[in-house]
Design a protein around this ligand. Sequence first.
Ligand code: SF4
Length: 429
Amino acid sequence: MNEYDSNRIYDLTSTIGFNKTHIKKEADCFVLNTCHIREKATEKVYDEIGRVKKDFKNLKKPLVIVSGCVAQAESNEMMEREPYIDMVIGPQSYHKIRDLILNYERKKEKVNATEFDVVRKFDELQKISISQNKISSYLTIQEGCDKFCHFCVVPYTRGPEYSRPFQQIIDEAQNLVSNGAMEIILLGQNVNAYNYNKKYKLSSLIKALSDIKNLKRIRFTTSHPKDMTEDLIDCYRDCEKLMPFLHLPIQSGSNKILKLMNRKHDREYYISIIEKLKKVNKDIKISSDFIVGYPGETEEDFKDTMELVEKIGFVNSYSFIFSPRPGTPAATKELNNLVTSEIKLKKLQNTLENYQYKNNKKYLQKNCEVLIENKLDNQEKYFGRTKYMTPVIFEADSCRIGELANVTITSFNQKNLFGIYKTNKVEAA
Ligand code: SF4
């Protein structure tokens, strides 16, 4: 979502004369769009500002803006800790960035804009033409979260759940497709909680997007197990353009830990969702998120997580050691021993990577549908992704960016597939 927001921030500032530059010392303005999910991300902001300060030591100071969730959560602390920052703008206020910059140029007064103004934000963004022109493009449909998992900052930094108007999303999707998008990834912190006017759900959006002629693939992320409703599950059977790959975070395989996390579902419920999905579409594959070393996690709890991983056989997943985020209920709990958590994490990651490797191995010497996204710099090789998001690097004498190609896989590693372009006529999945 930060990538989507960064693109929109650029679209807004370009209307008052700003252009992107790759030459750092030429910049008049830096916008650092930030994430607050992990502590490391916050520190990276200060590191980056330190580098800007150094580069501009003998030059005119650029305007420095911190936007995103770190700005929202730590606005006052940031201004105090780093006086080089001129503005902090929260994720639900960035539509005001043009006026804020113009005012700043007149008054030179520091700005703290962290209101939750999400309805106006999307109304304003709708008026600005969209520059995103990637083959695979992001489209935010929903923001915020009402679930309040005890480890998560999202409900505090992005605010309550908000679903964008249905038609506004369809219009934006059509614009993206006109700009060349062949794949749209619908975004939301709780994307499958999308509900506009109690009439339109995520399944309604998927069905409507399926009717856009030149759009080839639809995906959505990130989902909560509780919101995997029957109508949405059925889309994996009925909507050909919806890719058979779902990222469905569980965080832990232990019911005790899921309860402590306030996840509002248990392991059995999660498994039942996966079973339903597999029933409607036997080709579906799942990835997930895991937190290791959550306060209170014992060896038994970790064993439950490992068992769940073995049971589901996730194809690709993200796993981290618990990172206490200020202001969340879990931040007040006693931390687990870090060394023990690191050992557990390694074990979990080895298992997950092993599944990923085994899954990639299945493609060897087979033909695979790949959406071609770009040509690699200075190489006669192209980059694309399978239906399951697996990166594919392949050789081709000639092919078209944006084409759905048939690639023969000749080698692989844990993360990537490698192959040779066969034809643009897709014969195999
Ligand atoms: S459902 Fe997701 S976004 Fe919402 S609080 Fe839980 S982890 Fe955070």
